[in-house]
Design a protein around this ligand. Sequence first.
Ligand SMILES: Nc1ncnc2c1ncn2[C@@H]1O[C@H](COP(=O)(O)OP(=O)(O)OP(=O)(O)O)[C@@H](O)[C@H]1O
Length: 258
Amino acid sequence: MILSVQNLTFSYADHTVLEDVSFDVDRGEFLSLLGPNGVGKSTLFRCMLGTLTGYRGRVLVEGQEIRTLPQSQRARRIAYIPQIHRPTFGYTVLDTVLMGTTRHLSPFTSPKQTQMEAARDALDRVGVSALSDRSFAHLSGGEQQLVLIARALAQQSDILIMDEPTSALDYGNQLRVLQQVRALSREGYTVLLSTHNPQHALTFADRVLALHQGAVAAHGPAREVLTPALIRKLYRVETALADTRGGSVLVPLTEGEK
Ligand SMILES: Nc1ncnc2c1ncn2[C@@H]1O[C@H](COP(=O)(O)OP(=O)(O)OP(=O)(O)O)[C@@H](O)[C@H]1O
């Protein structure tokens, strides 16, 4: 087990968002986090990243409480991959990825050979090294998301936290990014990824953690816990599960079909 969240309770002022949340994550696992808008997915991630520290309970990374680690050590263990945003700055793709290595740099040094190698290797790993000299701002959303993943890999952390990385992407780019993320987990990276699309969890994740009203509603292998009953509880919609050549598919039921 690489991560352990134990009895985590977090409140913003008097608004309790997470209450007594516990789960473990194994090395190399791809865990998908599901739950309705406002349930506390981002809040949970921010506690796990050590950026929110006022929680009760424990967040342990290989037995060490995350909020007691200095920022540089936290970044060595866990990388956060943000949603894409439209940047106004004019960095190249390679410079953007090099920023993932800056905890090794002082403001007065230029990237060393090893950092250049880490950045180029990371771009290569996610299949976008051909974009190295392009302007990051001018890439498509899918390409930008892959570059942000490369930046996290260049940071050389072995745990990747991704908050709705596919929300701004078209269908093809969503699948390409998720395939890439799954490939990284098969290489040994531990991935926690939140999504509003339970089908993505069903197709790509090993396990699912579902939050409902601040608590864990389900936790286990994606194909076992992602049932129409859970979907109804989380999202108040009716679905059916269909077996296809490509795996299980959640099908929304219309009024007449329920
Ligand atoms: N800085 C803050 N101060 C006060 N309340 C906050 C703050 N950030 C989030 N909240 C509240 O905490 C709750 C959980 O928010 P959070 O962003 O973690 O949910 P989420 O599951 O990630 O939502 P979404 O799926 O819509 O992105 C919400 O009710 C939100 O309004």
